[in-house]
Write a protein that binds this ligand. Structure first.
Ligand code: PEP
Ligand code: MN
Length: 269
C-alpha cells in the first residue's frame, strides 16, 4: 500500500473541471433515473447545474434490497448521457457487473460508481481497474456499509489503481448498524483519517448516510468541516415523483443551492 501511496502523492483527480483537493466538487442528481420519465431527469440535471453542481449523478442500474423493487433499466443509460450532453457536465452512475461496466464506458460515462454493496467485490474492482486503465475516467468507490476497517476500504481502492489509472475517489456513505433515526451511521468523520493514509480524495455522500432529505444539509456541512474534497448528493426536482431513494432522500434544487453556498463558504474558511 505504501509504495502506491508515495507514487501517487502528487496525483490530482479531476472531475467536471474541478481539481479535487483544490476546489470543492459537487455531484448531484437522481438516485434512480425513471426510464418512463426522461424529462424529470433532464429538469433535475439543468436545475442542479444551475444550483452549482459540477457533475450529475443518475442511477441506471440499481442494487435494491427488495428484489421486487425497480432494478433499473438499460434505457436509462441513454437518458443519463443525454443529461450530460444537455448540461455539458460529466455524469456518475453505478455499475455492478462487467456488462454494465462495458455499456457505461462505451456510452461515455466519466465517473463509475462502485456501490456500498460491491465495495469488497474484488473481481468487480479488478475488472473496473483494468477497464479504465489509460482512459480519462474516474471511480467513485463507496465505503461498504459493513466495511469495518479503514484498511479494507483503502485496499479496495488499490485493487483498482493497481491497473494504472489512479483516478479513484473514496466515498464514505454511512455504515451499519443504523442509528435509530438515521438510515446509516454517518461516517464523514473518517475523512481526515483517510486523507492521512492515502493519496485519494474523499467525496462524502450525506444522502445515504442519513437517509432523510431534511438531515442532508447538516451532514454535508459536517463532511466539509472534516475536510471532504467534495459531496455526492441525491437531488430531484420533484422528490415525491422519484424512484428508489429519491422520495425520502433527495433534496430539492433550492435546498441544494443553499447547501452548496454554505459548503463552499465553509470550505474556503
Ligand atoms: C446510490 O448511490 O444510489 C446507492 C445505491 O448508494 P450505496 O451503494 O452507497 O448504497
Ligand atoms: Mn440512492
Amino acid at each position: 500500500l505504501m509504495d502506491i501511496k508515495s507514487d501517487l502523492a502528487r496525483h490530482r483527480v479531476k472531475v467536471g473541471g474541478v481539481t479535487l483537493g483544490q476546489d470543492l466538487l459537487i455531484m448531484a442528481g437522481h438516485c434512480t433515473i425513471d426510464p418512463k420519465n426522461p424529462n424529470l431527469f433532464y429538469e433535475t440535471a439543468a436545475a442542479v447545474k444551475e444550483a452549482g453542481a459540477h457533475a450529475i449523478r443518475g442511477g441506471v442500474w440499481k442494487p435494491r434490497t427488495n428484489p421486487y423493487a425497480f432494478q433499473g433499466d438499460n434505457k436509462s443509460l441513454d437518458i443519463l448521457m443525454e443529461g450530460s450532453r444537455r448540461t455539458g457536465l460529466p455524469v456518475d452512475t453505478e455499475v455492478m457487473d462487467e456488462e454494465q461496466l462495458k455499456l457505461a464506458l462505451a456510452a461515455g460515462v466519466q465517473v463509475l460508481q462502485i456501490g456500498a454493496r460491491n465495495a469488497l467485490n474484488y473481481s468487480l474492482l479488478r475488472q473496473v481497474g483494468a477497464a479504465i486503465a489509460g482512459k480519462p475516467v474516474a471511480v467513485l468507490l463507496k465505503r461498504g456499509m459493513h466495511t469495518g476497517t479503514l484498511n479494507e476500504f483503502i485496499s479496495a481502492a488499490e485493487y483498482i489503481v493497481n491497473f494504472g489509472n489512479p483516478n479513484v475517489i473514496l466515498c464514505p456513505r454511512g455504515t451499519q448498524p443504523g442509528l435509530d433515526g438515521y438510515r446509516n451511521h454517518p461516517d464523514e468523520s473518517i475523512t481526515p483519517l483517510l486523507k492521512e493514509r492515502t493519496w485519494a480524495p474523499v467525496v462524502v455522500d450525506p444522502s445515504h448516510s442519513v437517509g432523510k432529505a431534511h438531515y442532508v444539509p447538516a451532514c454535508a456541512l459536517a463532511a466539509v468541516a472534516y475536510g471532504a474534497d467534495g459531496l455526492c448528493i441525491e437531488a430531484h426536482v420533484e422528490p415525491s415523483r422519484g424512484l428508489g431513494d429519491d422520495p425520502k432522500q433527495a433534496v430539492t434544487p433550492a435546498v441544494l443551492a443553499g447547501l452548496i453556498k454554505d459548503a463552499k463558504a465553509l470550505h474556503a474558511a
